[in-house]
Design a protein around this ligand. Structure first.
Ligand code: PLP
Length: 213
């Protein structure tokens, strides 16, 4: 997978972190990338992430990138490295509770809704500041930044506007909170644009692993 090395090289020059999105892909596909040096993998389902965690090397950093229900936090709390999808105080409080039980602090991103479609999860931009304020009071949750997904579209200008809007919110949050350093935006189809708009963490699946069924 020459593509992987090229991607990693170009991202590291720009100081952008790669999350290899391995959802639906078998352990063998993850092991292949692991052997090339990749350590951060992203999954969108709790059950699938737990199963993979059990059987793969323990120095993998698992990122939960999909919607998370409060009642499932307990399954990932012992090992998850970063949760990208915090979109309510209720969820943040449950993460805090489970982190405490596991005697650790859990890093999270607040997921902001930037896309037009209402199918996408996340909080509205205007509510980010209030949620940030509340979540940052929870002692065992550490807010590292924001995550957003652009509208699925071929209109680059439209996508760019959504990314720029999120970057604007991120800059304001970063100014006020010392813990904030991560802006997770960009997937296989739009990561270059996302990086141009200020992303420093991209979540790439199909480009690395091939299309999902
Ligand atoms: C599936 C997924 C990705 C990766 O998508 P690709 O287009 O395959 O790169 C990124 N982010 C989230 C939240 C996802 O669910």
């Amino acid at each position: 997978m020459e593509l992987y090395r090229q991607l990693v090289e170009s991202l590291s020059q720009k100081e952008v972190t790669l999350v290899a999105v391995s959802k639906t892909k078998p352990n063998s596909a993850i092991s292949d990338l692991y052997e090339k040096g990749q350590r951060i993998f992203g999954e969108n389902k709790v059950q699938e992430m737990c199963t993979k965690y059990e059987s793969l090397p323990k120095d993998i950093e698992w990122h939960l990138i999909g919607h998370l229900q409060s009642n499932k936090v307990k399954y990932i709390a012992p090992f998850v490295s970063l949760i990208h999808s915090v979109d309510s105080l209720k969820l943040a409080k449950e993460i805090n509770k489970q982190a405490l039980k596991n005697d650790r602090t859990i890093d999270v991103l607040l997921q902001v809704k930037i896309a037009e479609e209402d199918s996408k999860f996340g909080i509205n931009e205007k509510n980010v500041f209030d949620l940030m304020e509340e979540v940052s009071r929870l002692p065992n949750v550490h807010v590292k930044g924001l995550m957003g997904m652009a509208t699925f579209s071929t209109n680059n200008l439209h996508i760019q506007k959504e990314f720029e809007s999120l970057k604007g919110v991120y800059d304001q949050i970063k100014e006020r909170y010392d813990s904030v350093e991560t802006l997770s935006m960009g997937m296989s189809g739009d990561y270059l644009l996302a990086i141009d708009c200020g992303s420093n963490m991209v979540r790439i699946g199909s480009l690395l692993f091939g299309a999902r069924n």
